[in-house]
Design a protein around this ligand. Sequence first.
Ligand SMILES: [Zn+2]
Length: 501
Amino acid sequence: MEGEEFQLHNTMTKQKEPFRPRVPGKVGMYVCGVTAYDLSHIGHARVYVAFDVLYRYLKHLGYEVNYVRNFTDVDDKIIRRANELGEDPISLSARFCEEFLLDMADLQCLPPTVQPRVSDHIPQIIEMIQKIIDNGCAYVLEGDVYFSVDKSPDYGRLSGRKLEDNRAGERVAVDERKRNAADFALWKSAKPGEPTWDSPWGPGRPGWHIECSAMSSQYLGHAFDIHGGGMDLIFPHHENEIAQSCAACPESNVSYWVHNGFVTENKEKMSKSLGNFSRFVTERYHPLALRLFLMDTHYRSPVNYSEAQLESASDRLFYIYQTLHDCEATLSQFQDKPPNGRVTPDTKNCIDKFRRDVESSMANDLHTNDVLKDLWDPLKAMNALNSGKGGQKQQASRILSLIALEKEVKDVLTILGLISTSPCEVLLQLRNLALKRAQLTEEQLLQRVEERVAARKNKEYEKSDKIRNELAKLGIGLMDNDPRGRIWIPIVPPEKEAAAA
Ligand SMILES: [Zn+2]
């Protein structure tokens, strides 16, 4: 592992720390998954893109990563939704797990090593609850089991909350029978219309927090490297997880707690209202544009969602893929017989700087927003080389320089999860989405283009400018005299460009 040491921010210590896994070369990472009762929204997209980048980067550094991401398929919200729809809760949840996986594939999030579900781990959960009771840290009340926070001396260590400030956890109804208002349910006794399993305390189902303690220890052991999730999970979920895991097994430990920031709209946390579903966004913008938009802010800072920012991300994606596409076209003639020679000194400098910059941006707590900026110079260099001509000798070093730059850029796009096997395909998809947003068919657009050609021929410049401006407002840019023969490209409509600035 060359270069700078990877520094990862740890919520527990509230600072960046050098990343050193417990077992050299291996990383165990647990990320809290979705409660599957609906489609995933942009906040989910952000969490799983952020951890996908971490996963990809750790693999890039040469680590063997055991990445566990659970599905919560037993929960109040699922039961409520299932009852509304007259559906079995586990099957409703299974349906939304599948939808979630489609969204993740769309966003190019790599599948985790294991994706355990609560309903498949009830025996492990019961076993852990029993251990907590045996160790004197939980109590049984009429078929319910509660964790006793008073038995957890370090409670509040992760969130910085003091026990006396704590109200009952958000997902736990206030219960007068509890010994301390902050005590939370490990096991909930059976109620009509709920899925139940037999347990030593009677039929019932697990509380929310215990599943992650049970499943993380099953797949990663009691002590592992990284535990992640959205910032909203710090309290009560992760605080409670620490209390439970340590009560069941004193050796329990997570080395790095990693949390990502919210997605906000007009500076407020986005709620699950209509239109925030990630696939409603990807009906209008390319999934990789959504991914690029999310990575354009450091993972711990809030992302402010706006169409203008998505337009800008979409535009940058088009530029990246147009460059790769043009490069592919130039190199296709040399596929079997790369010329002899060496890359230009400028190219060598550009690549050296690019490598250094990307390494330090990523090693500095995953500054993907800086990496996206670092990409610009090599892309610009590729475009210059693509359009360049020259004698035989210059031609050889031009081609070798393009080959070298293309490889560097593709490697970095792979770490970011922005790579696609077919630049041509991505460009076509981006064009089709631009037409969709403009509410134009390709035929309608070409007809407008023809009208403009005719107007110019007749020297009706006012008319030709009008057509051009109207199309620009719709996000369609006309390319007069483009040597590559392109008639139009998607552009950011001027008003959105102003809003994004
Ligand atoms: Zn969890």
